[in-house]
Structures are given as C-alpha cells and as structure tokens.
Write a protein that binds this ligand. Structure first.
Ligand code: ATR
Length: 275
C-alpha cells in the first residue's frame, strides 16, 4: 500500500548522525500531523539531482545541512529576507505550483533558545561572535535585530571577520578583528561559531574576555560538553550552553513553515537530553 503521509527529509553528507528525524518525529506525534521525515544522503557532487528526485516523488519539504546550505540557497526559486541575509538556506518548501521557497531558521532558532529557553536579554548587551564562516553569517542578522550594544566578530583570519562585519554594518553596530585584539575587551555573551569544536579545540581566548555574569553559547552540540562549553564553565560563566536547544528551535521553525503550527520544544529538548 502506498504511504499517504506527507514526505520530508534532511539532506546532507554525512547524515546518519543527524538528530532531525527524531526531532520531527516527536513534533509530528505531539501535534498529530501525518508526516514522514527521513535522512537523505546526497553525494557531494549530487545535491541538485538528489533534491529533484525527492521533489518529483512528491516530497513536500527539506532541511539542509552541511555541506549543502549554499547550494540550497541557489536552488530556491524565491527566498525569505533572513535567508537572503544569511547567504544560506536550511529549509526548502516545495509548493504544488512549482515554487521552491528557501528559508533560514538557524538564526531565529538561536534567538529562541537564548531568550525563551534561557531567559537571556540581548538588547544593550556586548556580544562576541567567534568565527566568520557560514555559521557566523547565519546568526548575525537575527542577533542584530535584538538591538545589542555591539557585536564583535573575532576570527583566526582577521580580514574575514572584517569583511563579514562590513556586510552587516547596515543592520547595526558590528565590527571584526583577530583574536589578539580581544586582550582589552569584555563581553556579556560569547557565541562560538567556529568549527573548532569538531576537532575538540578552542579559539585562543584571553581569560577575562567574559564579563563576571556573562554567558557562553556553542552553536555545536555533542553528547559530551564541547571544549568551548568547558571553557565557559572554567571561566565562571553564569550559563555555558551547547547548541542542542538551537537545533530543536530551528527545527520547530521549519515545521511551522511546512505545517502552519509551531510545536512545543521544551519537552523535545528534555527528551533528547535524557536519551
Ligand atoms: P561553517 O560553515 O561551519 O562556519 P566555515 O565557513 O568553514 O564553516 O568556517 C569555519 C570557521 O571556523 C572559520 O571562522 C574558521 O576560521 P578561519 O576563517 O580563520 O579559517 C574557524 N575555525 C576552524 N577551525 C578553527 C580553530 N581550530 N581555531 C579557531 N578557528 C577555527
């Protein structure tokens, strides 16, 4: 018998460790939505053909993860403002009339986790973003929308941070520098958007760069605390958080785009923490 449930997937390479299928299964169960969501491994040179095959088979939408977010941005026939600013797409919606909408829910997912789940206020705060790659680009717009006092982007390659800051300077007070320029600075929130956690390493940070009641947030999530989460704990962070909440919140935003309702995230985050 043919399945009647609407089809969704997360496409990436690799994809087997993605938590998105589990998250969306919980969302579907909780909201009573009839849908199926599976991992979709695309060859590194085969994003477009994999996505087209999925769409032609009746697929309704996709999440996109490493390394295809830029290709997904190009693939979309129209894009939301936040996807346009991020330069990357993590959610595609396939409409019956053939339109393909590209959105980026990563940044709003981070803001939801910081403000709703952890009660942080970003307005008027000094925020340090570590890293100037795709992950940093994806969060800058939504962070600036919160009205911080300033955002400093620090990167191993300082010019990359300066260029990224320049491209967002019309949205608010943002500047870029190298890590050595942080020695006399202090921040209320430090967000790690480097891929250093993947290698279990850390950007070189002066110890006093975190203010006395400051918080740390690693966009990465792993089963054990990342090197940056541990750094935050060791340097007296009020909260030192990993990216699990952001992962669930960005998924909830994608789900809302596809299904028109936003699932409860607290129970899903709790279930993943204890699994
Ligand atoms: P992503 O899309 O995950 O952001 P990316 O665009 O390749 O990936 O960017 C990776 C970021 O992590 C960059 O800011 C990179 O610094 P450089 O621009 O100087 O390369 C940063 N990064 C990676 N490994 C790092 C490490 N061990 N220490 C500090 N920064 C690191």
């Amino acid at each position: 018998m043919m399945s009647t449930a609407d089809q969704y997937a997360v496409v990436g390479n690799p994809i087997e460790h993605s938590k998105s299928p589990e998250i969306h299964r919980m969302f579907a169960e909780q909201t009573g939505q009839k849908l199926e969501y599976r991992p979709l491994l695309a060859p590194l040179d085969g994003f477009r053909s994999s996505v087209e095959a999925f769409r032609e088979a009746g697929g309704r939408g996709l999440n996109i993860t490493v390394p295809f977010k830029l290709e997904a941005w190009e693939f979309a026939s129209q894009r939301t403002n936040r996807a346009e600013r991020a330069g990357a797409v993590n959610t595609l919606v396939f409409y019956p009339d053939g339109r393909i909408l590209g959105d980026n829910t990563d940044g709003v997912g981070l803001i939801a986790d910081l403000t709703r789940n952890h009660g942080l206020v970003l307005a008027g705060r000094r925020i340090l973003v570590l890293g100037a790659g795709g992950a940093a680009r994806g969060i800058l717009g939504p962070l600036l929308d919160e009205g911080p006092e300033e955002i400093v982007i620090a990167n191993r390659t300082a010019e990359r941070a300066e260029m990224l800051a320049e491209s967002f300077s019309n949205l608010g007070p943002v500047s870029g520098c190298g890590f050595d320029a942080l020695s006399t600075r202090e921040f209320d929130l430090i967000i790690n958007a480097t891929s250093a956690s993947l290698e279990d390493s850390l950007p070189p940070l002066p110890g006093h760069v975190l203010s006395s009641d400051g918080c740390c947030y690693d966009l990465m999530y792993a089963d054990k605390p990342t090197a940056f989460v541990l750094w935050g704990r060791e340097h007296g962070a009020l909260k030192s958080l990993d990216g699990l909440g952001m992962l669930v919140e960005q998924a909830a935003e994608s789900f809302k785009l596809w299904r028109g309702l936003r699932p409860d995230t607290t129970s899903v985050i709790q279930a993943l923490r204890t699994s």
